[in-house]
Ligand binder design. Structure first.
Ligand code: OSB
Ligand code: MG
Length: 373
């Protein structure tokens, strides 16, 4: 049984070690929305809402999620008895549309809190089976094919098991070709973050010759019909990211043959219950899944790593080590990757990392507590 007494919302702002450019724009800093949940018995857990500063990935933003959690999510969970964390999602869905990242921050926090109360690892609570997660890296758009090759060679050397190249119109085929020529056997994929339309099908078909593991979300963020049409014209498997907002959308993808792989981000789908449901549905249908990332802090990463320990996460996840993103993370130990490109799933109780509360206090740009203080 879990019953929340208090939710603290804290925003911190941290510079990225290098700018991250995707088709919708470039990010230099990450505004990070952290949550601290406490129950009535003195248990506490940290969680993260992955909403971004601008509505460029989905429509969600930090500003919007702040209001959504304070005014609509928190009142539905504070003081309420939940037998199990899986009971939280239905309560948040009833007559409450959208705001998946806001809902997920709290929903996942309740899974983390349950693991903390039970004194077991979060991955064990959700029946994870993997001890180590194969790790990929998402490489932002670089100024030239040469610069991208440079970067790709460096990270391939570091052991990453999958190299995801961000692309956009005009910075696609020649960029991918350059990397494929330099690294003939590297496990490559590309991610377009919605930057194309069906009119670009011929351009995207040129990527077929590079043996990409997949092409992620080439078309519109809420589209299935055109992705299905595009998939018919491509050899490269399409992977959907933005389009999959819940388990029904995953079923839509399968029914319509709009893609062959799913990138699961628990924040995008409203939390762990939906993420696990999508995992299970895909497993039944022979669809591989992998865990995506939203440039999370070490706190959000703990949840992603736990999720990625489920058996059908059979492709490397964007669960890169702390040092790929930050000068210094807000957890210890920091997330690291071994030379084989594997991140170890923590076995300690709860989320498995210690949060540097002093550092968060120093980095905080705003905070608000809801519930008993
Ligand atoms: O499309 O997967 C994406 C980051 C922000 C928004 C969207 C995406 C990404 C990434 C980063 O690719 C993955 C990571 O956290 O390492
Ligand atoms: Mg993506």
């Amino acid at each position: 049984m879990i019953r929340l007494k208090q939710i603290e919302m804290i925003e911190i702002q941290v510079p990225l070690r290098e700018p991250f450019q995707i088709s919708s724009g470039t990010q230099h800093d990450r505004r990070i929305f952290l949550l601290r949940l406490a129950d009535f018995d003195g248990h506490e857990v940290w969680a993260e809402c992955v909403a971004t500063e601008l509505p460029t990935y989905t429509y969600e933003t930090i500003e919007g999620a702040w209001i959504a959690i304070r005014d609509w999510v928190a009142p539905r969970v504070l003081g309420v008895e939940f037998k199990e964390p899986k009971d939280v999602h239905p309560v948040l869905e009833k007559n409450f549309r959208g705001h998946n990242m806001a809902k997920a921050g709290i929903e996942m926090g309740l899974w983390g809190l349950d693991a903390t109360i039970k004194g077991i690892a979060l991955s064990k609570l959700i029946w994870g089976t993997r001890e180590k997660i194969p790790t990929g890296i998402s490489i932002g758009i670089q100024a030239s094919p040469e610069a991208l090759v440079e970067k790709a060679k460096k990270v391939a050397q570091e052991g990453y098991r999958k190299l995801k190249l961000k692309i956009k119109p005009g910075m696609d085929v020649e960029f991918v070709r350059a990397v494929r020529t330099a690294l003939p056997n590297a496990p490559l994929m590309a991610d377009a973050n919605n930057a194309y339309t069906l009119d670009d099908a011929a351009t995207l078909a040129k990527l077929d010759e590079f043996g990409l593991i997949m092409l992620e979300q080439p078309l519109d963020w809420c589209d299935f019909v055109r992705h299905a049409e595009l998939q018919k014209q491509l050899k490269t498997p399409i992977c959907l990211d933005e389009s999959i907002s819940n388990v029904d959308r995953a079923q839509d993808m399968i029914t319509l043959k709009a893609g062959k792989i799913i990138n699961i981000k628990p924040g995008r789908v409203g939390g762990f219950r939906q993420a696990i449901a999508i995992h299970d549905l895909c497993q039944k249908n022979g669809i591989p899944v992998w865990c995506g990332g939203m440039l999370e802090s070490g706190i959000g990463r703990a949840y992603n790593v736990a999720l990625a320990s489920l058996p059908n996460f059979s492709l490397p996840g964007d669960v890169s080590p702390s040092a790929r993103y930050w000068e210094k993370d807000i957890v210890s130990p920091e997330w690291t990757m071994d030379s084989e490109g594997m991140v170890t799933v923590p076995t300690g109780p709860g989320i498995g990392v210690t949060v540097d509360v002093n550092r968060i206090d120093n980095l905080a740009v705003r905070r608000e507590t809801i519930g008993a203080s």
